[in-house]
Design a protein around this ligand. Sequence first.
Ligand code: CP3
Length: 386
Amino acid sequence: MAGLVPILACTGVISADLARRVAGLVGRWPVGYETIPKVSQPQTNSPFIRACRGEPVPYTPVWFMRQAGRSLPEYHRLREGIAMLDSCTRPELVTEITLQPVRRYDVDAAILYSDIVVPLRAVGVDVDIKPGVGPVMGQPVRTLDDVSRLRALEPADVPYITESVKALVGELGGKPLIGFAGGPFTLASYLIEGGPSKNHDKTKALMYGNPELWHALMGRLAGIALSFLRVQIEAGASAVQLFDSWVGVVSPADYRHAILPHTSRIFAGLAAYGVPRIHFGVGTGELLGLLGEAGADVVGVDWRIPLDEAARRVGGGKAIQGNLDPSVLLAPWNVIEPRARAILDRGAAVPGHVFNLGHGVLPQTDPDVLARLTSLVHEASARTPA
Ligand code: CP3
């Protein structure tokens, strides 16, 4: 067994430390795992990427949406006196903040520290992020004129993204970096409502009442999201997630005609890269099949639906990501542990499982609980030989 440790670590599959722990836990890799040839990009063979592809894994990989920032004191210290969106344009800060949770938790993937409104600002939209509130627009989108001012995103608009991703890929030493963009419905909602919204009424009113304006806006936002994701993949991101966080407020029939053509275009435009594409929204139990149909390889689910039922609804043998309720992490450990284990049990029965929360880490979450949860996921899911 000791001989396995240097082999695993030096192929870059996992860190030396994790190789040691996993080798000790597993005893042996699952059938087929050890025969995988060495690949030029080591991160393509990581447990996270393998799970996204539905391939055998030595243990269930885990990362947390919104793991960067929020609940970390070292993040708040670094951000002191610097506006959120300004911090996203400084590669040295982006790199450090992205790495902070990886160091703390030993998660299986990093997610780029940025925001879904960064590409909007890069094309000239007057947007700010108000602490404790979220994105706020200077001038909400209401007319075709407003839409026509939303120009396409060029790589030269976001040089700091390219620079940050390149630096991170070097720093991460084989651990995958997830790039991301906001889904077109979620971005449209912030633009139309002018800020965060509970019911997304103005957005839906426009979607129902002015299809021409709606599709013009969605088309531009899909184009921006696609370019933003391409920039990240071309700089070295090894997976991407489309956060269409608020899309769960529409019905399946409306999703199909008002949103699906645009999300499909995004996923189709990424297909040739061969990197896993994750599609996530909150409250999407009735939309799961459509989120997969849009072209994702992995569908992220929230806590409202059991993982195995989610996999059944997604269909097509796609992998599933989720789905512990982030609020559970505010309860004592004896409440958290059985719930996490129950998710792993259901996850073992789906085509591929990436452990995550059902939505982002809440700001008041104790970082030590996330570290403990990461260890639990790794240890409890370590595969015994078939
Ligand atoms: O996952 C990560 O840790 C990577 C970084 C990341 C941020 N935003 C950093 C951030 C990611 C992936 C996002 C995505 C994002 N941004 C989404 C989709 C994910 C989701 O939670 O549904 C949405 C809807 C936004 C818009 C947005 N930006 C909101 C709602 C907020 C929170 C406002 C608040 O303070 O409660 C932001 C700000 C934001 N984005 C922060 C961070 C770390 C907090 C900024 C701060 O520290 O002041």
